[in-house]
Ligand binder design. Structure first.
Ligand code: SF4
Length: 209
């Protein structure tokens, strides 16, 4: 698999292998596919619960408690296993991962065990306080996706106000200087448009592809 950002921006160059080496534990996340040891990035859907109702939901998420999910201790056991296997990056997703109160604890534990922790979120629940906590524990980055402008996004997400809430979450991450990727995909008159923006932490400039 080759990321679209690499194809369009040339973000991967031969010199990268010299600069970073080929060990997955030393490579930045976007270069992991070029590692020699081929350790996998693991995605853990820490909950099926979600506050949105996307028409494209891949997880059949609902805003309800699911009683068969891993507890905090069971999650830490899982992280121990992943750490022994030398997994370089743990992506915490869902459902909506920020719904789980123990998200910072689990992410911090993964970091303590030598992994980079990242989250994939709809962004709507990231308050200033949560963004500060995530920054303080050393989260590598937060990924938030938008499906289009406000009307389209809210229609796809099944909840009015989801777009504005996501933008608020993005702003809070920026204020706390968390690295952020922001992916927007939309289809217009038979053409697919993709915008990948990667603002430097704490800045308002967006790199558009
Ligand atoms: S935000 Fe994600 S988990 Fe929640 S309903 Fe949408 S696609 Fe499903």
């Amino acid at each position: 698999m080759i990321g679209i950002s690499k194809l369009y921006c040339g973000t991967v160059e031969p010199s990268d292998a010299l600069r970073y080496g080929r060990k997955s534990s030393e490579l930045p996340s976007h270069l992991l596919q070029f590692s020699k040891d081929k350790r996998p990035v693991v995605v853990w859907n820490i909950t099926r619960r979600c506050n949105l109702k996307c028409i494209h939901c891949y997880a059949q998420a609902k805003d309800q408690v699911f009683d068969n999910e891993l507890t905090t201790d069971e999650g830490k056991n899982l992280i121990d296993d992943l750490s022994q296997y030398k997994v370089p990056v743990l992506l915490l997703s869902g459902g909506e991962p920020t719904i789980r109160k123990d998200l910072p604890e689990l992410a911090a534990y993964a970091i303590e065990k030598g992994m980079r922790a990242v989250i994939s979120t709809n962004g709507t629940l990231i308050t200033q306080e949560m963004a500060r906590v995530l920054k303080d524990i050393g989260l590598s980055y937060v990924g938030i996706s938008l499906d289009g402008m406000e009307k389209i996004h809210d229609r796809f997400r099944g909840v009015k106000g989801a777009y504005r809430a996501a933008l608020e979450g993005i702003k809070n991450c920026q204020k706390s200087r968390i690295y952020l990727t922001f992916l927007k995909i939309w289809i217009f008159q038979g053409h697919v448009f993709i915008t990948l923006s990667m603002p430097a932490a704490g800045q308002n400039s967006w790199k558009k592809i």
